[in-house]
Design a protein around this ligand. Sequence first.
Ligand code: PEP
Ligand code: MG
Length: 555
Amino acid sequence: MITIKGKGVSAGVAAGPLYFYQRASGSIPRYQVEDRGTEWERFKAAQAKAIEQLGVLAEKAREEAGDDAAMLFETHQMMCEDMDYEEAIQNAIADEGLNAEAAVFDSGEFQAEAFAAMEDEYFSARAADVRDISRRIIGILAGVVEGGIDSDVPVVLAADDLAPSETVQLDKSKILGFVTSGGSGSSHTAILARTMGIPAIIGAGDQLREEYAGKEVVIDGGEGVAILDADEETYAKLMKKKEELRKRQELLGQLKGKPNVTKDGHEIRIYCNIGDPKDVPPVLENDGGGIGLFRSEFLYLNCDDYPTEDYQFEAYKKVLSDMGGKEVVIRTLDIGADKMIEYFHLPEEENPALGNRALRICLNRPEIFRTQLRALYRASAYGRLSIMFPMVTAVWEVEEAKKMCEQVKAELDAEGIPYSDHVDVGIMIETPAAAVISDRLAKVVDFFSIGTNDLTQYTLACDRQNNDLGRFFNPHHPAVLRLIKLVAENAHKEGIWCGICGELGADLELTETFLSIGVDELSVSPRAVLPLRQKVRETELGAVKQKLIDELMGD
Ligand code: PEP
Ligand code: MG
């Protein structure tokens, strides 16, 4: 029996084989081949497999988002068989005796550079497509698995850490839980695990060894413990805990349909955070009052090229109509920093968390923003949409973004395309600057939603991705809590609502504090809705209220 200790970031117990996530190594193998004919056959087989994979992706995209979305994959299928591309690869293998991986890489790069040099925007954008298909074929040649998991049975997934672009592509039906050696509680692997309602442990360090692959493991995401080859007694104890948790969840089910109101009548809205239209069923199952944060960048992370207006429209429309008239707050693109997307070709930065990200990218590249806003307003006709901008630091940014909303609405009017007249526009408060000037920002928006993951990172100058910073990353720090109080007060002075959509919203230790401050909404992972409702309903604010506020503001 081997015990691995880390930090539990998503509660629950799961048992299954330990499986290490498979990803392509960064370097492309390059060597000379003796048998050039066989090497050509290797390429042809990988090319056929790539075309087959793209066909599956095209069908999936068609089902989920219509013909336009499928077209991208169909174009990639054709590009795989492009005569010039294939001829260049053949020459590299037959004439130079290169191995197939290197031949594909060199030929792809040559074509991509030629495309990139073209003046025409359409053709220069094709450079990303060639690189993408080359990467796919090289991945197949190197035996890398689509989605990182090649197993017939569900597994406990182990990895050093997973990038957001990797987490979105995972085949979720195969995952029982996560164990990572790196990561942090507010990293996107942890957030994904909580959204999926499965146990997860991060920060296991070098205790997590590849040689354990295939061993039976039981993980306890509450305690942050993974046990390999558990003895009978330990296994039985953990299974008992699993059953208790299931029963507790069942009991919490009795709270469905009940209001989130304290014993002395303070009410709060409890909404959910999602990253994909497929996350809506758990929101409804757990009786979420709405969606307080749809991280729209996950749609972009899931694509190999800029998602089209129609593709996005279908996704937003699906979420809005599935939510049946309940409020849905969709956050505009929040990439950069830890969420990188290759086809954006963002330059490398010394300090990406402080760099070109989120709303900054949207304002600097208005065409991308305009496409998203058009899709959002078109979808607004199908439900109750609110739009939210991330990473705001100044009033002018919001004004410029709102101006673009007005332009998009005018365009839709001119084209006779319907949209709702009641779309609220709000912002995330994630930077100390935004919190400090929230009195001014409150005058130009309809609501605030506090992103405590980033607000903590920026207020405490503490990287949210770095698990080694451990106790220094403290969202309970009075500086963070005082900023939250300030933001809520400034919101209320202007008659707008203020919510929390960072991970702190689900922290039951702070529920009374948030109620005392007068936070109007908490947006949490679907599984956290009912425990939070229970906590609210057990609370009697009364005397606690002033005491908590005094504690926060006192010495
Ligand atoms: C946050 O920063 O708190 C937030 C909700 O956004 P994200 O975690 O996606 O950065
Ligand atoms: Mg954030």
